[in-house]
Write a protein that binds this ligand. Structure first.
Ligand code: SF4
Ligand code: ZN
Length: 128
């Protein structure tokens, strides 16, 4: 059910800071077994973030004891300036906000699982 249950299943399509990116640029498809989860990719392996599911809630950043997350503004959409709430509607804002929480220092993870537990959209999978 969770696309992140088997992160290694997805092909590595790039590197970003200290982590691998998987399935970037791919569309969802059901062909063989699991569908590819996201055109924005999964960032990280041990700390894996499905960028299609991340709504930039920021809860992971608040709880991480080693502060390994940083904001990635509008990945793949630089210059759209979508960093301000122009809708006046909290839910609509969350839906269309395109910032992502990026595990830029993945190797610092101590596997406390706090971020995985707190993420409202289950966009995080920690694999010790
Ligand atoms: Fe940070 Fe803990 Fe999540 Fe690792 S499991 S990224 S240490 S909050
Ligand atoms: Zn990244």
């Amino acid at each position: 059910e969770n696309f992140l249950d088997d992160v290694e299943h997805y092909p590595v399509t790039g590197k970003h800071f200290d982590h691998e990116v998987r399935a970037e640029g791919m569309q969802r498809m059901d062909a063989d077994g699991k569908p590819y989860p996201t055109k924005n990719g999964i960032h990280g392996s041990k700390v894996a973030i499905d960028f299609e599911t991340c709504i930039a809630d920021g809860a992971c950043m608040d709880v991480c004891p080693v502060t390994l997350y940083e904001w990635l503004l509008n990945p793949g959409q630089m210059g759209t300036g979508n960093d301000k709430d122009i809708t006046g509607d909290k839910d609509l804002y969350a839906k269309y906000r395109t910032d992502k929480c990026d595990p830029v220092r993945e190797s610092d993870c101590i596997f406390c699982m706090a971020c995985e537990s707190v993420c409202p959209t289950r966009a995080i999978k920690i694999t010790p």
